[in-house]
Design a protein around this ligand. Sequence first.
Ligand code: C2E
Ligand code: MG
Ligand code: MG
Ligand code: MG
Length: 292
Amino acid sequence: SAKKAGRNGYCLYSDDLDRSASERLDLRNRLRQAIAGNEFELHFQPQFEIGSGRMCGVEALLRWNDPQLGQIGPSHFVPLAEDTGQIVQIGTWVIHEACRHAAGWVARGLIDCPIAVNISGVQFQRQNFAELVAAALDQSGLKPQLLELELTESVMMAPSGRAGETIRRLRQLGVRLSIDDFGTGFSSLSYLKRLPVDKVKIDRSFISDITHDSGDSSIVLSIIAIAHHLKLRVIAEGVESEAQLSYLRRQLCDEAQGYHLSRPLPADEFERFLSTPRSPAVQSLCTPAEGE
Ligand code: C2E
Ligand code: MG
Ligand code: MG
Ligand code: MG
């Protein structure tokens, strides 16, 4: 695969294999400046309970405002930042910033649901990861139950001893854990019962064709069935249409997140979103599934 045209017509790369050494060096240097210059920002995307319409979570999503290139999404720089180790510093900032925003919103009575933060495997495998989370909770005053860490299957199931120990310490702290991009990893579903998680996020690649592709819909049905059997909540990510939403409602999926309900929003827009009457799409969530 060749270059992907980024925003503003610049060429960015999402695949590390496509990068030449000099391009990688350039991006690495620009990332270093971005860290020093505070060029990162979090956007916030709400998650909703299907059936009640209650906002049941908010996911923090990283953005980089490069002075030349404009806003750059994480898939364009997180893989390289993982290779160079820069993700550790960036990820630390993300956890602190997410806790700070959430604690402020809770204090103002704007939200009462957890904030979800994406955690890179590189960051998770660091020795002091659980202490870092504890420090962010401490400094922000956010209750541990209001922080949810999103990890992928491969990170959680890494055979190295530390993952299990870190997960235990995080559980002791009282933070919630969810499995992101579920279904795309190499894990077998039987692993799910061993993992102390609260929630499974069905990857959006299975949701996009859910109403047309019988393969995708059976995968989604299986994930929902198994998760419920294990008493886990299930959220569908990347919900873009009413048709997808009503399908998920009929299949008793618990929660939904996606452009159809709200795009990820900068902090000030998210606050406005919270104080605005609910959109028709969100209102439609209050309809119970047929036959319920
Ligand atoms: P993810 O955690 O699976 O996040 C979901 C992605 O889907 C986000 O892309 C979100 O903006 C996008 N999305 C949400 N609703 C829809 C929809 O209805 N349709 C479509 N097509 N997309 C939707 P984004 O923000 O570009 O993030 C991409 C990935 O980058 C994330 O996938 C996550 O793995 C990673 N990421 C994001 N923020 C962070 C971070 O703070 N730290 C780390 N380590 N990774 C992050
Ligand atoms: Mg995520
Ligand atoms: Mg995901
Ligand atoms: Mg994803």
